[in-house]
Ligand binder design. Structure first.
Ligand code: F6P
Length: 495
């Protein structure tokens, strides 16, 4: 049994006091990995807290479970399978790494074929997918594809037809490649969107619309049954979870739009973070330290949310990506043994983009009654070419906000006072390039894993999403055992 008592008994010393007490605090609580500077010094982590978490990690066998993940044990216990996303970047069981390599080779060959016009002209890539089959590729294309755009890429996830119609207005059906991304190849939204794209192509005279489709899936048979030729089906392993899948063929639109070299660099950056996570002692291990801070706030200080803010337009989709990664992975109520977990699990992840968020939600962060650990993600190398110092302003704002949250300010008027002692961490990337982004995303994956192990939950299933889907399917068939309120809403909308 894991003993949380030492952690729960940690004193709530103020941040400024922690800095005053330890001249080495900054160096002890900051580290550089794979082109990212991690600064956890403005969290309430202390050496005593880290020691207590290291003890908890021993009691929960973090080292053993980490090795089990990297070596293909069935750590996804409820679905009785291994997790293979690290194998996609070359870190895992040799068989899984070899299989991922073969799938990547297939992906690369298809990219080469498309680039040599084997499928006819392609100027537009219309990727349909949802959740993990959209958020990852969307983040990659948006973050890395701003300059030197080879293709116009649209990622459509919502079943609301407005999303597709917006794309139809600007894409040429004859020059559009439809990419259908679905691990299961059964997801209602994705399949409905895919059918509508085929209908749009057909209506606009595309002779063989299915000949313009690439399928990304762990269920290749379903894709061929749906009409995609086997040569354009890019499989990936069942062991690659949806929200961990951008490294697999799900990353296809990014690899096509950004180029294969960029995709390989992304994998290399992630692999560097994998090795750091696997081999470093916990007190100098970025994902572990971040998870310790997460758990300190959720378990000891009862924080219910955490808020990452991307101080860079290139990373504006990161908060949404993290919402799925963190909440779908660790928003659980039972342990891996199926018992009630008995303590809070994942914090609610929300956040936004700086500096916009400062003028909208930061009021609550500075003076509200909730304790919300904030995370600033910024990039040293500017993404813009304007001479007027925009990037400097951006970075200085990020740093000043973190400083202000910690320092606070006391004046005679309570309405104008700031309590201070509000925690934040900062992730400062040297560049926003594929390699660094790969490392950053892998950092978040491993942080989620450490949280999951210390809470003794399975971070790799997501049964919580099923009930609502099932009930929507029943309702679509005109059935469903609904309550009076839900029945009334259905009646109002459809008579
Ligand atoms: O409903 C949640 C979910 O299963 C996610 O876990 C997944 O990323 C998404 O739906 C899409 O699933 P698929 O890739 O099978 O279409």
């Amino acid at each position: 049994m894991a003993d949380w008592s030492k952690i729960e008994a940690l004193p709530a010393t103020k941040l400024e006091q922690l800095f005053a007490d330890d001249a080495d605090r900054l160096s002890r609580l900051s580290l550089g990995v794979a082109g990212i500077h991690f600064d956890f010094s403005k969290t309430h982590l202390t050496m005593d807290a880290i020691t207590a978490f290291e003890q908890l990690a021993r009691e929960t066998d973090l080292a053993g479970r980490r090795e089990a993940m990297f070596t293909g044990s069935h750590v996804n216990v409820t679905e009785d399978r291994p997790v293979e996303h690290t194998a996609e970047r070359g870190e895992g069981l040799p068989d899984s790494v070899a299989r991922a390599g073969a799938y990547h080779a297939r992906m690369r060959a298809l990219i080469d074929a498309i680039e040599s016009d084997a499928l006819g002209p392609v100027r537009h890539i219309l990727h349909v997918g949802i959740g993990g089959s959209a958020l990852g590729p969307h983040l990659l294309v948006d973050a890395l594809g701003r300059e030197d755009k080879r293709y116009d890429v649209a990622i459509v996830s919502n079943v609301d037809g407005i999303a597709l119609e917006d794309v139809f207005e600007r894409f040429d059906p004859a020059a559009t490649l439809l990419v259908v991304a679905s691990k299961t190849f059964t997801t209602t939204e994705t399949m409905m969107n895919a059918e509508s794209v085929i209908a749009w192509m057909t209506e606009h005279g595309v002779e063989d619309p299915y000949g313009r489709v690439v399928a990304l899936t762990a269920s290749p048979d379903k894709a061929t049954e749906w009409g995609v030729d086997e040569t354009r089906v890019l499989p990936f392993s069942e062991g690659v979870g949806g929200r961990y899948s951008l490294w697999s063929s799900i990353g296809f639109p990014a690899a096509l739009a950004l180029g294969w070299d960029a995709f390989e660099q992304l994998l290399d950056g992630a692999a560097e973070m994998d090795r750091h996570f696997r081999l470093s002692a916990l007190h100098e291990n970025a994902p572990a330290l971040a998870a310790f801070a997460d758990l300190y706030y959720t378990q000891v200080r009862h924080a219910e949310t955490r808020a990452p803010f991307a101080y860079d337009e290139r990373l504006r989709l990161l908060p949404s990506y993290l919402q799925q990664l963190e909440m779908e992975s660790n928003g659980k109520g039972v342990t891996i043994e199926g018992k009630p977990v008995g303590r809070p699990t994942a914090a609610i992840t929300w956040g936004g983009v700086g500096t916009d968020a400062q003028h909208a939600v930061f009021q609550l962060l500075h003076q509200g009654t909730h304790l919300i650990p904030v995370e600033f993600i910024a990039v040293i190398e500017a993404g813009d070419t304007l001479d007027e110092g925009h990037h400097k302003q951006l970075l200085l704002n990020a740093f000043a906000q973190g400083g202000a949250l910690m320092k606070g300010k006391q004046v005679d008027d309570p309405a104008r006072s700031y309590s201070g002692d509000r925690p934040s961490s900062t992730l400062l990337l040297d560049q926003c390039d594929p390699r660094t982004l790969g490392a950053l995303i892998a950092f978040y994956e491993h942080r989620v894993f450490v949280n999951g192990v210390l809470l003794n939950i399975n971070s790799f299933d997501q049964f919580g999403v099923e009930l609502g889907k099932e009930m929507a399917k029943e309702a679509a068939k005109g059935g469903g055992d609904f309550d009076p309120s839900t029945n009334d809403l259905i009646k109002r909308a459809f008579g």
